[in-house]
Design a protein around this ligand. Structure first.
Ligand SMILES: [Zn+2]
Length: 457
């Protein structure tokens, strides 16, 4: 009889132990990957749920808004069909479901909350283990608005243009998109104008298609977007072709000095001359040119939000034009074609070490060596407009200096990839090299910039 009592006690203790063990297992792990903070017209809720072998007795997602609860997903009902469920790993389920006015008619703009509940069976199904996760976010269903204010917009291939537009609400990101390049606009430099009135300078780059789509855009933090087309016409500009014959004297002079300044190429200066230096020259002309283009483009992020310049830009006085914008150059060595590049600027020559002046008022962002451009100055004029001066022999300004239009900033020279003493000059819009001819032309400035700003008044 006594052994029966002992057995009952042992079984009872074991049952308690198993029940406790069942309760000690980890509840499901829930992560709400989306929404983050804001959902626009087309958002999604993305949830990751983890449990052993991805076994859940319950898994549900609901939306709470204005005191109402809307079921978005449950494992075993019709809402399942609106979501995509994937078992990405043995223990992990990923659930993704659209949040939009079309898929959830109850959805309203304003505060909302996502709640996720998951339950998994425990050891021998004796108990259940539950967890809950939630995320508060904002719903923004109204898209921003954009209206173009200025009129008569014409774009030359490789050239620039400006547009005045109104974007609301005033805090949205806005500007112009040309193909896949975005130019963010800034406050219109017009006294007393509504803060939602903006200007954007943009360009149709020499290597973009002539029919690349151009539109003003406004985009809020929820990803809602509005756009407006406004360009009246686009004009092709024929590219000039030129031939450059490389001689040993030139290669021997430029390669060692450029390599000394280009640790990023990880290339030792070759011994010997001419033919031995040619591979290094080609690396400089190709790879270093590309690196420098990116370095120069990065200065766009430092452009001020205010316009610092006025009137036409100043061209180097009494200069001979030796090369113009987007000239297509074919390089020959010992009679053989060895390279092709596009020259993105104007080469202007006078005599040696002639004074170079700031093309317009602005702030010096760079006065130091930049690869193929040698000693190089970049001036920011605000609203994404900048000018570049290459191959200088000396500097008379430093980064951070404010300069006036016509102020001497340095002297011409032949540093970097220069065959003789000259100034390499280009304009930059949004960090991209553009044809400076338009910026030198007072009629272009009057019609494309000042007329439109006057219209905004
Ligand atoms: Zn040049």
């Amino acid at each position: 009889m006594r052994w029966v009592i002992v057995l009952v006690v042992i079984v009872a203790l074991a049952a308690v132990g198993v029940y406790n063990a069942a309760g000690r297992g980890a509840p499901p792990r829930l992560t709400i990957d989306k929404p983050d903070r804001v959902v626009g017209q087309a958002g999604s809720v993305d949830v990751t749920a983890e449990a052993p072998n991805a076994q859940f007795t319950e898994l549900a997602i609901t939306l709470e808004q204005n005191g109402k609860t809307v079921p978005l997903f449950a494992l075993d009902d019709a809402t399942h069909d609106a979501a995509s469920v994937t078992q990405s790993e043995r223990d992990t389920l990923r659930i993704s479901r659209a949040i939009s006015k079309a898929s959830i008619p109850e959805l309203r703009s304003g505060a909302a909350r996502i709640v996720v509940t998951a339950t998994r069976p425990s050891l021998l199904n004796l108990r259940t283990l539950t967890s809950t996760a939630s995320r508060d976010f904002q719903v923004r269903l109204e898209p921003p608005r954009i209206t173009v204010v200025s009129t008569h917009h014409y774009v030359n291939h490789g050239g620039s243009e400006m547009v005045v537009y109104k974007a609301t609400p005033p805090d949205v990101t806005s500007g112009v998109r040309v193909g896949d390049v975005e130019y963010v606009g800034g406050p219109a430099p017009v006294a007393g104008v509504d803060p939602s009135v903006k200007v954007a300078f943009f360009a149709l780059l020499y290597d973009q298609a002539l029919n690349a789509p151009i539109a003003a855009f406004a985009r809020d933090e929820a990803g809602n977007q509005a756009r407006a087309s406004f360009v009246d016409n686009v004009f092709e500009k024929p590219q000039k072709k030129s031939q450059i014959d490389l001689d040993d004297k030139f290669i021997d002079r430029v390669v060692p000095e450029i390599l000394d300044h280009a640790p990023q190429l990880k290339m030792a200066t070759p011994t010997g001359s001419g033919k031995d230096m040619l591979p290094a020259f080609l690396k400089i002309n190709g790879e270093l040119r590309t690196i420098n283009t990116d370095e120069i483009a990065a200065f766009a992020a430092k452009s001020s939000a205010t316009r610092q310049w006025e009137g036409a830009f100043v061209q180097l006085g009494n200069s001979q034009v030796e090369a113009s914008f987007a000239d297509h150059r074919t390089y020959f060595y010992a009679g053989n074609e060895v390279d092709q590049q596009v020259h993105l600027g104007f080469d202007l020559a006078v005599t040696s070490h002639v004074a170079v002046v700031a093309a317009n008022a602005g702030t010096v962002l760079n006065a130091s060596w930049i690869g193929i451009y040698g000693n190089c100055i970049i001036i920011d004029h605000g609203l994404g407009v900048q000018s570049l001066y290459g191959h200088l022999s000396s500097f008379e300004v430093k980064a951070g200096d404010k300069v006036a239009r016509g102020q001497t900033i340095g002297r011409t020279g032949m540093t970097g990839l220069a065959g003789g003493d000259h100034l390499h000059f280009t304009m930059l819009v949004g960090g991209h090299m553009v044809n400076p001819v338009e910026w030198w032309d007072p009629h272009w400035i009057a019609d494309r910039v000042e007329r439109k700003l006057a219209e905004a008044r």
